[in-house]
Each structure stands twice: as structure tokens, then as C-alpha cells.
Design a protein. Structure first.
Length: 283
């Protein structure tokens, strides 16, 4: 089978000191040996952190083969990562957790080789990541149910730092392409910004339906920054409709800030997590 040329498909999540808290390395079909891209990624990770950290390794597979086979394969993949880290100077006991989940925790539906490639992974997490995430302050999002976007922004309770969910803001699955039904809300947002020339916002993208806090794969760009691309696309729309780019920022949060925990059980939960918000930076 032809190998996918998806260089450095890393699932990076950064913190304020620009060090990586979690990322993934990927594997070829039915293999557990590290590819050149995987070793390069691990080397970058080591250079960023040094060797005096504790990490957790979680192995995964695509949907091919049975549960028992994939459970064993996912563990072989974590062993390969562990052995490489140890060969680079890591102390084996600093790898505090090592689990193989087989095909039980896919990032997607395994439709096609690209999606299966993304599922063939080992996630490397720095210990304490969950605690960091729990301690971080996530501003409560405000849904604009019962009022227009203009009313929500004009509300005296809406101040700098307030987040507003853009209702009915959707994209074609796995892409940053806005569906036609979502243009009315964008047009409304553009009009509100024209009426409020001092208003500055940050567009924040989120995704659903995958474990961990990494971003999703964008089919159109073949990069793992789907939420960021969606937020950027909204800013591009606003810029093309007369809003100065200096008033706009964007950021993708991947699955870092789900409103309901993974796995989402209903379409409503998936929609709540798969959302776009605007953060008021200045009124």
C-alpha cells in the first residue's frame, strides 16, 4: 500500500512556555516500528523538554483486524516509543503509564486511508497535563438564545473577555468550508462590527468527537488544525466584507474545551462541542 506523504502530522498542544504538553506520532499500516517522521518528532519533543519529565504513552490502531490483535499491536507501538525515549536518555521509570487501547478510541470513523493513518498513533502526554487543564480558567460561553447577535453584544453584561457562541455556524464535515446556511449569521456579525467600529474580537474554533485535546484533520489542507482553519475562514469572510483585519484575531482550540465530555452521546452534545465562539476583546 502506498505510504501517505503527510509529513509531521503532529497533534501539538502548547502552553504559555511554548513547550509541548501532548502530541502523537503515527505508524504505517500493521507496523509498530517508528518512521523517520516519528523519530524526528520525538527528537523535537526531547529537545523542547529535556529528559527530566514524566510521560504517559497511549497506543491506538485503525479499525483493521480484531480487538485482541489490535490491543497487542497498540502496545507494541507504545513499547517502540518507550524504547526510543530510553535510548535517548530517558529513565524508564519516568514513563509512568503505558496503555494500548487498540481500536477502541478512534479519532474519526476510519473512512479511507487518511483517517486510518491518523488513528494509527501513540499519544505522548506529559504527566500533569490533566491537572494543568483542570486548573486553567475557561471563560463560560454565552449562548445568544432569545436575542440577536447585535443585542447580545450591546448588552451591558457583555464585556471584554465575554465569549458568545455563534449559533447555526457550521462547516462541511472535516473541512473549513462554510455551509451556505451559515452565511446569515456571518453577515449579521459583519453588520454589528460596522455599527460598532471600536469592537474587536477573537474568533475561536472548537471541534467534537475525539479523545484528548488535539485538533482535527482538515481534509482540504491536509493539516491537523481544523478548528484553527475554521476560525481563520470566518476572519477572512469578515475582512472581505469590510472589517479591518486589525480588529480580528483567531485561534483554534481543537478539543481542549468541550462543553460535554468525550465521547459525546447525542447530536446535541456533538453540536455543542463543535462550535465557533467570538471573544470580545474590546468594545
Amino acid at each position: 500500500m502506498k505510504k501517505l506523504m503527510l509529513p509531521l502530522l503532529l497533534l501539538f498542544v502548547t502552553v504559555s512556555n511554548a513547550q509541548t504538553r501532548s502530541f502523537a506520532v503515527h505508524f504505517d499500516l500493521d507496523k509498530f516500528n517508528l518512521t523517520a517522521d516519528a523519530t524526528a518528532s520525538l527528537d523535537s519533543f526531547i529537545n523542547a523538554h529535556g529528559k527530566n519529565i514524566k510521560v504517559k504513552l497511549y497506543g491506538h490502531t485503525d479499525i483493521m483486524a480484531g480487538y485482541e490483535y489490535n490491543d497487542a499491536l497498540s502496545l507494541k507501538r507504545t513499547h517502540a516509543v518507550k524504547n526510543y525515549l530510553v535510548s535517548k536518555g530517558f529513565i524508564a521509570t519516568d514513563i509512568v503509564e503505558e496503555k494500548g487501547f487498540g481500536k477502541r478510541r478512534p479519532l474519526n470513523r476510519n473512512h479511507g486511508e487518511t483517517e486510518m493513518y491518523l488513528n494509527r498513533r501513540v499519544e505522548i502526554l506529559v504527566e500533569g497535563e490533566e491537572d494543568v487543564a483542570a486548573d486553567s480558567t475557561i471563560e463560560k460561553s454565552v449562548a445568544i438564545t432569545g436575542k440577536s447577535l447585535e443585542q447580545a453584544i450591546a448588552d451591558t453584561q457583555t464585556k471584554a473577555g465575554t465569549n458568545i457562541v455563534l449559533k447555526n455556524m457550521n462547516f462541511y464535515g472535516g473541512t473549513h468550508v462554510i455551509i451556505p446556511e451559515s452565511f446569515p449569521v456571518l453577515l449579521e456579525l459583519a453588520e454589528v462590527m460596522k455599527k460598532n467600529p471600536s469592537l474587536e474580537i477573537a474568533v475561536e474554533g472548537h471541534i467534537c468527537c475525539q479523545e484528548g485535546d488535539a485538533d482535527g484533520f482538515d481534509i482540504g489542507t491536509r493539516t491537523v488544525n481544523l478548528s484553527e482553519n475554521r476560525a481563520r475562514e470566518i476572519c477572512l469572510y469578515l475582512s472581505k466584507n469590510g472589517i479591518a483585519s486589525a480588529r480580528l484575531k483567531y485561534k483554534g482550540f481543537g478539543h481542549q474545551q468541550p462543553l460535554t465530555p468525550y465521547p459525546e452521546k447525542t447530536e446535541e452534545e456533538r453540536k455543542n462541542n463543535r462550535r465557533v465562539e467570538i471573544k470580545i476583546l474590546k468594545k
